[in-house]
Structure formats: structure tokens, C-alpha cells
Design a protein around this ligand. Structure first.
Ligand SMILES: C[S@@+](CC[C@H](N)C(=O)[O-])C[C@H]1O[C@@H](n2cnc3c(N)ncnc32)[C@H](O)[C@@H]1O
Length: 361
């Protein structure tokens, strides 16, 4: 099965769901809000023709509540600008995108408060299932494309086997201290291909003055295995390795699982945008953040639930549903031994504007 057919954040609103465990994403989105406000306002540049309909998309919106905060930020800032420029507020069309396995029912259940609040406006919200590693919208239609903590997901796992078919990333699930350089190169090559194509697709969909606004997890240095890059997969690998040592999971199973995820450096992102060529960078900012807060990191159960909410779909398919409870209990246990550990992360914001000429896809 392909990654894009399998991947989904945990569904519903139960204790292991993404909805109940996406506090970090909400904090991150709150930090990025002023930058998003500027992006929205920049759509109304001098001499612009008032928009009749503003088309906005959230790519990789998942089933949490954060997407509706984004919708509200857009509406509020458009209202501010329209008042300032004395022009009519446009109608809004919001496209909420995610993979087909996403829990769109839970997502749309969260929209009722929002619809009531803005009942004086013409605001339409629709689901847009499909992969952002391909075209999602018609040409020259989108004004603003937003995405938070999603573009790090690769379209597929890079090939991490040598010519004889032996695993290159033995005992690991992501780039780690013991990974040979060829593993890092394969991950980077996959990210370059995916992110380059992502930009190409978006360039076709954007209107001339449109903006793409991306929030993603980044690395501070060219080094891959610094503390801010290992959140999630590294502790999960440790938990699985423990179950391998207990004979509950085979070594071969661990060796054959690699995460379809990549944490890029600043330079890597700049290079891809420059090489692809359809967009000019307007903003590229880095924020150090402490992911969660002290309570979050010292509460191993919350931490394990958070990791579970975004890894379970892939992990249960590969390692088997019967091991899932034991595995995430082991993850909680492993963290018990690391009490008082805090982790830092790097939040990156990239805002690009469509360049004057874009090629055809
Ligand atoms: C960590 S969640 C972030 C959700 C939300 N944006 C937030 O900030 O809370 C990443 C989301 O990206 C989605 N995703 C990953 N790859 C995707 C793809 N190729 N196309 C569309 N969505 C994708 C996942 O299904 C998941 O819902």
C-alpha cells in the first residue's frame, strides 16, 4: 500500500484522536498568526481590483479545530482591509484539503459554531480530498494557500536498501546518529522531488498575486540529528527496539519500516524554491519553540498520545494492530526514564508569491 492511501491522523474525538492531541499544532498556529495576518493583508496591494470571491485552501487540514481558526483569521483580516480600502467584502470559498483517509466528518462537525458566527457573510466551506503532491484546484483560481505541519510528509518512503536488498537504516525509522550518509541523501532527494512538485502544482493553481503560506517543522543546522529533529520517530524507534529485544516484534519488521517524513534545513528550502522557480520568497522566518510546555514533556502519557495520534495509522499497518496497545504503552514507559527532559523545536514560516511567469505542468 502507498503512504498516501494509509496515512491519516487518528480519527474521531476519543482520547487517542488527533482532535484531542493537537494542542501543539494549535500553539504553533497561534505563534504564526501575525505572519498569516500580514499574508492575508498583502493580497490587497495598491491598485488591486476588489475580489468578488476569495479562494483559500488549507492543505493537510486534518480533523482538529485549528483549520477554523485559520478561516477566521482570513475573514477578519479581509474585513479590516476592505474597510480600509472602502471596498465590498468578497464572498469566501474555503477548501479544506487532506488525504482521502482523513476524518472529514469530525472536521466538519466543528464548523457549525463558525458558520453561525459569520452568518452575515457569504462564506462557503468544502472538503477537498486528495494529495497535495499533485494538482488539487483549477488553474489560476486560488488566492491564498495555507498549510501547517503537513508538507514534511513525503509522498513515499525513499528506497533505503542496498543492491543486495539489505536495509541501509538498520534498527532505525528515521535519520539517526547511526544512519549512513546514503540514508540522509535518499531522504533529502525525496523531499526535493516532493516539495519541488508541490510548488509546481501550486504555481498552476494560484492567481498572479496569490500567496502560499507554509508552516513546517525545520532543522536549525545542516546536521540532521540535533534534538529538534528527532521529536516523534526517535522515541518510537526506542520503544519498538525494546519490543524487538523482548521477542514481540521481529528485527526484520523494524528494519523494513522507515518514516515518510523529512525535516528540512533553511538552505534546503531556499534551494528548492529557487530551483523550481515559480515563486519568489517574501518571508522565511525561523522561530525556536519549546514544543508543548514543561508539563507536556514531563507527562509521558500526554507525550505518547501525541505521538500516537500521528503515527498509529502507519505503525499499525506495518507492525500489526495486535501490538499497538503494547507499543504505545512501551513508549509511555520509555519516557518515564527520561523525566524532566524538555525538547525544543524549530518552527519555520515560508511565504511565497507567484512569480510573473510560470511554466505549464
Ligand atoms: C500533523 S497533521 C497537521 C494538521 C493541521 N494542519 C494542524 O496543523 O493541526 C498533518 C496532516 O497532513 C496530511 N497530509 C499528509 N500528506 C498529505 C498529502 N500528500 N496531501 C494532503 N494531506 C496530507 C495528514 O493526513 C495530516 O492530516
Amino acid at each position: 500500500m502507498e503512504v498516501e492511501e494509509l496515512l491519516c491522523m487518528n480519527k474521531g474525538d476519543g482520547e487517542n484522536s488527533y482532535l484531542q492531541n493537537s494542542e501543539n499544532s494549535q500553539k504553533v498556529a497561534a505563534m504564526a498568526k501575525p505572519a498569516l495576518e500580514n499574508a492575508v493583508q498583502s493580497l490587497f496591494s495598491k491598485g488591486f481590483l476588489p475580489y468578488q470571491v476569495l479562494n483559500v485552501a488549507d492543505l493537510g487540514c486534518s480533523s482538529g479545530s485549528e483549520t477554523f481558526s485559520v478561516v477566521e483569521t482570513v475573514i477578519q483580516n479581509v474585513k479590516i482591509k476592505c474597510k480600509e480600502l472602502n471596498c465590498q467584502i468578497p464572498e469566501f470559498q474555503f477548501y479544506l484539503n487532506d488525504l482521502t483517509g482523513n476524518d472529514f466528518n469530525t472536521l466538519f462537525r466543528g464548523s457549525s459554531n463558525f458558520t453561525e458566527k459569520y452568518s452575515d457573510l457569504h462564506c462557503f466551506v468544502m472538503g477537498s480530498p486528495g494529495s497535495f503532491h499533485g494538482r488539487l484546484f483549477p488553474k489560476n483560481t486560488m488566492h491564498l494557500i495555507y498549510s501547517s505541519y503537513a508538507i514534511q510528509w513525503l509522498s513515499k518512503v525513499p528506497t533505503l536498501r542496498d543492491k543486495e536488498g539489505f536495509p541501509l537504516n538498520k534498527g532505525k525509522m528515521y535519520i539517526s546518529d547511526t544512519s549512513p550518509p546514503v540514508v540522509k541523501e535518499a531522504y533529502l532527494a525525496q523531499f526535493q522531488e516532493d516539495f519541488g512538485f508541490f510548488l509546481k502544482c501550486r504555481s498552476q493553481e494560484m492567481i498572479q498575486n496569490g500567496r502560499v503560506f507554509l508552516i513546517f517543522h525545520g532543522r536549525v543546522s545542516e546536521e540532521h540529528t540535533t534534538k529538534e529533529t528527532c521529536v516523534g520517530w526517535e522515541p518510537l524507534t526506542e520503544a519498538i527496539a525494546e519490543l524487538v529485544s523482548q521477542g514481540l516484534i521481529s528485527e526484520e519488521k523494524l528494519d523494513s519500516f522507515d518514516a515518510p517524513d523529512y525535516v528540512p534545513s533553511l538552505q534546503e528550502v531556499k534551494d528548492i524554491v529557487g530551483k523550481e522557480g515559480s515563486f519568489e520568497i517574501e518571508v522565511l522566518e525561523t522561530f525556536p519553540i519549546e514544543i508543548g510546555d514543561k508539563e507536556f514533556w514531563s507527562n509521558e502519557e500526554i507525550l505518547a498520545k501525541d505521538i500516537r495520534s500521528f503515527t498509529e495509522s502507519l505503525v499499525s499497518y506495518h507492525f500489526g494492530e495486535e501490538i499497538v496497545e503494547k507499543l504505545y504503552a512501551q513508549l509511555t514507559d520509555s519516557w518515564l526514564h527520561k523525566k524532566n527532559q524538555t525538547r525544543e523545536g524549530i518552527l519555520r514560516i515560508l511565504q511565497v508569491k507567484r512569480a510573473a511567469a510560470v511554466g505549464n505542468l
